[in-house]
Design a protein around this ligand. Structure first.
Ligand code: DGL
Length: 270
């Protein structure tokens, strides 16, 4: 048993899509979330640079006593997960990888669309997922250039968002996809907009529930569940602008969270 918090990080608001799912499944755990908005987007950076940010954030979270860390960012997972596990061998990590496996197992047309950042597509993690799980499946990839920035700005319904999504998805539809994998944690926030384009017959895979189940498995394995029975606290930090971060949370109506968020207006110094 441990009362310590579960740590999360992302380049910005994207990891909140994962935090939401963990909160739903593990409501009594304390959560601490870092949005590295001073450096968003990660997806256009060199993998070494993202690895550096990820290592510093992990150190900070461990300093806050985190008992388990969710790398709630596909790009940071691609760049740093392996390195983090080696550098902090006593800490359990949960990372993200594009959900190619469940997509390949269930596709009927044999054509799957994957939306992720350029850095994620470049990483070894993606190559290994494709190699292990996607034989016999045609994967169509698109980096959705500019979409992370639109989501960070809260333009979920904006014209530019629609243009980016149509540009990515229409050619995939023409190639007969029946599944879209969301390989960036920002993208679940535009699932309604994606569904509007692809229609009801195309399955859109948001990995957050599976990630949350993995968190549960690690809490079991290392006996780290909190003994508390009342709702846990949620602490959020951003290396960017606190007000716009707060604005995004209100825009998304992560209602369950708002009353219980304890803001810490700290600047990260790396
Ligand atoms: N949300 C992140 C991901 O899953 C990072 C996006 C970005 O900063 O480019 O890839």
């Amino acid at each position: 048993m441990s009362r310590a918090p579960i740590g999360f990080f992302d380049s910005g608001v994207g990891g909140l899509s994962v935090l939401r799912a963990v909160r739903d499944q593990h409501p009594t755990e304390d959560l601490i979330y870092i949005a590295d908005q001073a450096h968003v987007p990660y997806g256009l950076r060199q993998l070494e640079e993202v690895r550096h940010f990820s290592t510093e954030i992990t150190r900070f979270l461990l300093h806050q006593g985190a008992k388990l860390i969710v790398v709630a960012c596909n790009t940071a997972s691609a760049a740093a997960l392996h390195h983090l596990r080696r550098t902090f061998p006593d800490t359990p990590f949960v990372g993200m990888e594009p959900a190619v496996k469940p997509a390949a197992e269930t596709t009927e047309t044999g054509v799957v669309g994957v939306l992720a950042t350029p850095a994620t597509f470049q990483g070894r993690l993606y190559a290994s997922v494709v190699e292990r799980f996607a034989s016999g499946v045609m994967l169509l990839q698109n980096p959705c250039t500019g979409l992370v920035e639109q989501i960070e700005a809260g333009n979920l319904d904006g014209e530019q968002t629609a243009i980016i999504l149509e540009g990515a998805l229409n050619p995939m539809l023409a190639a007969n996809i029946d599944t879209v994998v969301l390989g960036c944690t920002h993208y679940p926030f535009v699932i309604p907009q994606i569904k509007q384009i692809v229609g009801e017959k195309v399955r859109v895979i948001d990995p957050a529930p599976a990630i949350s189940r993995q968190v549960g498995r690690l809490l079991d394995k290392f006996e780290l569940h909190t003994p508390d029975t009342s709702p846990g606290t949620i602490t959020m930090l951003t290396s960017g602008d606190v007000q716009s971060f707060e604005g995004f949370i209100q825009l998304l109506e992560i209602n369950g969270l708002v009353g219980i968020i304890r803001w810490k207006e700290e600047k990260l110094t790396f």
